[in-house]
Design a protein. Sequence first.
Length: 234
Amino acid sequence: MVIKKIFGALLLLAVLALPQNVFAEKTDWTDRNFYFRNIRTIIVLDATVSPGVDVGGNIAVLSIQEKFRDDAYKRLSCRVITESQARQMIGGHVRMNLEALAMSNPVQARQIVLQNAYVIADAWAYANVDAWGNTTYIEPERTVWETRRETRRYYDQWGRLREESYNVQVPVTYPPRRVDVSTVQVSLQVYDARTGAMVFARKDVRDREDYSAQSGMFGRISNSFFEDLAKKIR
């Protein structure tokens, strides 16, 4: 009985250690006429979430925004200014308390920042979460042929014990199982601060066979975005 329990635990750990099915698709657009190496300072705006998309409440939104900013600091070699810092700097330029305005009218405060972004930066980066959710489906019972390694022992003509290993194909039937899928879709853009024109855009869509794995998936999306942007700026 003890041996069976140990074997069962080891089997469960082996299944959990198997790679999970992942789908990822990135669609990029780049303005070939824009010289990214001119970017010396960039404003990283607070990441936003589309209306109706539930990422888990305000704390989760703050976590997403923090991750987006942290990746910018880590990956970009140019100077990074947060949206809050930009409000303070531009507020002094336009003689407005943009921090106070952001509390009552964040949309207007951001518009003023973007209209005057050229004063303090060469570009700004933006991310919006378009989709964030879980779905479930039942995978029916299936039988597949798998390769198994087997070993047999035998005595040769001189009476010596020998071992021989070989592969065999065996049918394996898997019972129906519930499959949880986490989905994240994020739009990311970079704009020229002088003209306000978009110079780089990415749509990143990812699915993973897991439950509530969106935070980690967003982290990989954010990290990948700034890694690729850093290559353009260098």
